[in-house]
Design a protein around this ligand. Structure first.
Ligand code: ADP
Ligand code: MG
Length: 339
């Protein structure tokens, strides 16, 4: 008899986990922006070089990390955000899996600088391929700056699989939009190869949508408001003329988190029935608030798929409130898109 099963070394386990969490530069952007939000930042700057293939850097003015925590942050399953399984059904943070930084550090060169508001000195850590090469004190403002360079330097198959800069930048911009729309109160900047792509001042939802999508968007928005026991809905739908043949601008948020949900998407499009030209897709920016124990976020590592307790009721409420909003504005079927 021979025993053949062995525990994988941490750096190998991290690299395997990274396969799920980090598919492309945009995944790094999402994880770092979400960490900055969880840290209570009121201002976040995203700096990207070469569509993230060379650098993804996120600078926040959040609560920072202690020296020890800055090191712990890169351990797998290390998190300050939950403590027990029960917490999974009472989530108030974007993160909770404690996987992102460990995964990113397994497949890139990472420099983390962080300082808490009540300390004089911050800390600076260099780590690559899961190995810490140095940790030194750092003079800096409070908050955290994390720089991720040479993504997939040790996973050539993944590196080769990356798309053109245009496509990867598009994906990054999509992630930036999702986070920025979910958090209009946070000031957000996005610089790519020294070009200022977005400078978003803090504001309300309408202002944030208009700042991102352009001033013409303003007159095309119809407000949606609904409050029931199981869900509170706010946000906007685009007037039918705003509908496009292409995919349209479709944003659904649950408890400040962007999600994809085919069934609820259908509820929204169903409400537009008869108002859209064949093949046109409605635009929407809808924000749902549901009790945190009525939604399961822990279905997939990227957390864009979620499962609700009572999807049928949600469907009915969303469809009715969108229909109501459309009716109130007496949108006529003549107002089709002309482009
Ligand atoms: P998770 O977000 O699921 O907890 P991460 O690997 O993304 O896991 O981060 C690990 C931990 O590092 C977090 O729980 C948090 O305590 C700390 N951390 C990460 N980014 C920041 C940041 N920008 N500011 C302060 N703390 C951070
Ligand atoms: Mg995180």
């Amino acid at each position: 008899m021979q025993d053949v099963i062995k525990l994988l070394p941490d750096h190998v386990a991290n690299q395997i986990a990274a396969g799920e969490v980090v598919q492309r530069p945009a995944s790094v952007v999402k994880e770092l922006l979400e960490n900055a939000i969880d840290a209570g930042a009121t201002e976040i700057k995203l700096i990207v070089k070469d569509a993230g293939k060379t650098l993804v850097q996120v600078i926040d003015n959040g609560k920072g990390m202690s020296m020890m925590d800055a090191r712990m942050a890169f351990e797998r399953h290390a998190t300050s955000k939950i403590q027990s399984a029960d917490d999974l059904f009472n989530l108030h943070t974007k993160g909770f899996r404690g996987e992102a930084l460990a995964s990113i550090a397994a497949i890139a060169h990472v420099v983390l600088k962080s300082k808490q508001p009540d300390t004089d000195l911050g800390t600076e850590i260099h780590i690559q391929g899961s190995k810490v090469s140095s940790q030194e004190p750092a003079v800096m403002q409070h908050g955290t700056t994390i720089s991720v360079s040479n993504l997939f330097y040790n996973v050539p198959a993944r590196r080769k699989f990356l798309k053109s800069d245009n496509v990867e930048l598009r994906n990054i911009t999509d992630e930036f939009h999702r986070v920025a729309l979910a958090h209009p109160n946070i000031t957000m900047h996005f610089v790519h190869n020294s070009n200022d792509l977005f400078n978003l001042p803090s504001g309300n939802k309408r202002q944030r949508i208009v700042n991102i999508m352009g001033s013409k968007t303003n007159e095309k928005l119809i407000a949606v408001e609904e409050e029931t026991e199981i869900v509170t809905i706010s946000g906007f739908i685009g007037k039918p003329e705003f509908a496009r043949k292409t995919k349209g601008l479709q944003f659904l948020f649950v408890n400040d988190r962007f999600i994809r949900h085919n069934y609820l998407h259908h509820a929204i499009t169903a409400a537009f029935e008869g108002l859209l030209k064949d093949g046109a897709n409605p635009s929407y920016f809808l924000y749902l608030k549901v009790p945190s124990d009525s939604v399961d976020i822990n279905i997939h590592p990227t957390k864009t798929e979620v499962k609700f307790d009572d999807e049928h009721s949600l469907y009915a409420i969303i469809r009715a409130s969108v229909k109501h909003a459309l009716g109130q504005f007496q949108v006529s079927a003549i107002d089709f898109e002309r482009d």
